[in-house]
Write a protein that binds this ligand. Structure first.
Ligand code: PMP
Length: 420
C-alpha cells in the first residue's frame, strides 16, 4: 500500500512539517492511550496531541454520542446559528464547570483553535481598556499568528515573521522560579512612574504552567502577585489555559488552587473532548462589550465538537476524576524524581504539575535523544523548552496504572541505553 511510504510527505508536504519528522511512522488507529501505525506497530501515547487528547483517543462514550448524532443527521456546520448541540454544551458547561466553582463568565466561540482564543482575548482587552500594550512572559507560547506570536517568547518561531511587533513587552519569567530576582516588583515600579516610558498595558497574558516553553510552573504566590498588579492598574489578566487547562494540571482550570480570578480565560485543545477543534474565550461579563458580529469567522463552534465536548464534561460531574488525576500525577512525580536520583548523569530536574511534568536535563541534546530512543521502543513523547532541554510526559488523564508503568519502563530503558 502506498500510504505505507513516508516519501509522499517528503515530496509534497511543506518543509514546515514537524512531528512527522520526529515520529517517522504513518498512524492509522488509536484507542485510549495507544496508537498503531500502518505496519501494525503499537505505541504508547505520552504526547496526547500536546494536551488535545486529555481523555485519550476514541473515548467510547464520546464516540457513541458522535456516531448517533451523525446517523441522525445532526447539524455539523451551522456558522453562528443556534443549535441544540450548542445549547446542550453551554448548559452543561455552566452547570458542571462554572457554577460549582462560583465562576461567572460569558462564553465566546472565537474560532476553532487555541490561537483563535488568544487573538480574541488580546483584541477584547484592547477594546475594553482603550490601550494597546500587552505584557507577556519569556518562554510563553500563545500561538503562531502574528498577534498571538507577538506575545509568544520563542525566538526561533518569531524571527522569520519579523516579530517582535510594537506594543508588546516581554517580561522575564525568572521570578517564576527564582525568588531573588523579583521582576514583578520592577514592573510595578515602571508602571507607577509616569516618566518610565512603560505605558500601562491593556493586558497581561500568561500560562500558569508553560507547556511549549519548558514546563515552567508558576508559584501560586507569583500568580497572586500578577493578579494584584493587574487589579491595581486596571490591567486585564488573561490566563491562557489552552494547554494547562481541562484537567492537565490536576484541576479543571489550571489556576484554581492559586485562587486567582482571570478576566479572560482561553480554552481549546481538550475542551472538544475527542480531539475535535473547539475553542472558548471566557469573559468576565462586565467586559463582554463586543458588538454583534464584531469578531466572527466561519468555523466557530463546530457542532460535532459540541457533542463530544458535552459528553466529556460528564467526567467532571463528580470529584472522582479529579482525585484519580491527582493520584496518578503523584506516581508520575515519584517516577521522575526517582530517575533523577538513579541516573545522576542526566543532570535532571523535575518540573511541572499534575499530568504536565517533565525532566529538564543539563546535558545538551539528551532530552531529544531520550525522546528518540523512546519512540524506537514504542513510546511517543515530546520535548519542550527553548533548547529542547525538557522531555515531557503528557499521557491521557484517563490512562490506567498499567499504561503508566509501561510508559515509565520504556523511558527508563531509553535513558539506560544512552547513559550507560
Ligand atoms: N496557547 C497555548 C498555551 C498552547 O500550548 C497552544 C498550542 N500549543 C496555543 C495557545 C495555540 O493553540 P493552537 O495550536 O490550537 O492554535
Amino acid at each position: 500500500m502506498e500510504t505505507n511510504n513516508l516519501s509522499i510527505f517528503n515530496e509534497l508536504e511543506s518543509e514546515v512539517r514537524s512531528y512527522c519528522r520526529s515520529f517517522p511512522a504513518i498512524f492509522n488507529k488509536a484507542k485510549g492511550y495507544k496508537l498503531w501505525d500502518v505496519e501494525g506497530n503499537e505505541y504508547i501515547d505520552f504526547f496526547s496531541g500536546a494536551g488535545a487528547l486529555n481523555y485519550g483517543h476514541n473515548d467510547p462514550k464520546m464516540k457513541a454520542k458522535l456516531v448517533d448524532y451523525i446517523l441522525n443527521d445532526g447539524i455539523a456546520h451551522s456558522l453562528d446559528k443556534a443549535t441544540a448541540a450548542k445549547a446542550e454544551f453551554l448548559e452543561k458547561f455552566n452547570n458542571v464547570i462554572l457554577k460549582p466553582r462560583n465562576m461567572e463568565y460569558k462564553v465566546m466561540f472565537p474560532g476553532p483553535t487555541g490561537t483563535n482564543t488568544v487573538e480574541s482575548a488580546l483584541k477584547l482587552a484592547r477594546k475594553v481598556t482603550g490601550r494597546t500594550d500587552v505584557i507577556s512572559f519569556t518562554n510563553g507560547f500563545h500561538g503562531m499568528t502574528i498577534g498571538s506570536l507577538s506575545v509568544t517568547g520563542n525566538s526561533f518561531k518569531r524571527k522569520g515573521a519579523g516579530i517582535p511587533l510594537q506594543h508588546v513587552v516581554t517580561m522575564p519569567y525568572d521570578s517564576f522560579v527564582n525568588d531573588e530576582l523579583d521582576t514583578l516588583e520592577y514592573l510595578e515600579r515602571f508602571l507607577e512612574d509616569n516618566g518610565s516610558g512603560v505605558e500601562i498595558p491593556a493586558a497581561m497574558i500568561l500560562e500558569t504552567v508553560q507547556g511549549e516553553g519548558g514546563i515552567n510552573a508558576a508559584r501560586f504566590e507569583w500568580l497572586q502577585k500578577v493578579e494584584s498588579i493587574c487589579r491595581r492598574f486596571g490591567i486585564l489578566l488573561i490566563v491562557d489555559d489552552v494547554q494547562a487547562g481541562v484537567g492537565r494540571t490536576g484541576t479543571f482550570f489550571s489556576f484554581e488552587k492559586a485562587g486567582i480570578t482571570p478576566d479572560i480565560i482561553c480554552l481549546s485543545k481538550s475542551i472538544g473532548g475527542y480531539g475535535l477543534p473547539l475553542a472558548l474565550t471566557l469573559i468576565n461579563p462586565k467586559y463582554d462589550i463586543w458588538e454583534p458580529g464584531e469578531h466572527n469567522g466561519t468555523f466557530r463552534g463546530n457542532n460535532l465538537a459540541f457533542v463530544t465536548a458535552t459528553e466529556a464534561l460528564t467526567y467532571w460531574e463528580t470529584d472522582s476524576f479529579e482525585k484519580s488525576i491527582q493520584e496518578k500525577s503523584d506516581k508520575i512525580t515519584e517516577f521522575l524524581v526517582g530517575l533523577t536520583v538513579k541516573y545522576p548523569q542526566i543532570k535532571g530536574t523535575v518540573r511541572g504539575r499534575g499530568f504536565m511534568q517533565g525532566i529538564a536535563t543539563e546535558v545538551d541534546g539528551l532530552a531529544s535523544d531520550i525522546a528518540k530512543a523512546a519512540f524506537e521502543r514504542g513510546l511517543i513523547m515530546e520535548t519542550a523548552g527553548p533548547e529542547d532541554e525538557v522531555f515531557k510526559l503528557f499521557p491521557a488523564l484517563t490512562i490506567d496504572n498499567e499504561g503508566l508503568e509501561k510508559g515509565f519502563a520504556i523511558i527508563e530503558e531509553s535513558i539506560k541505553s544512552l547513559v550507560n
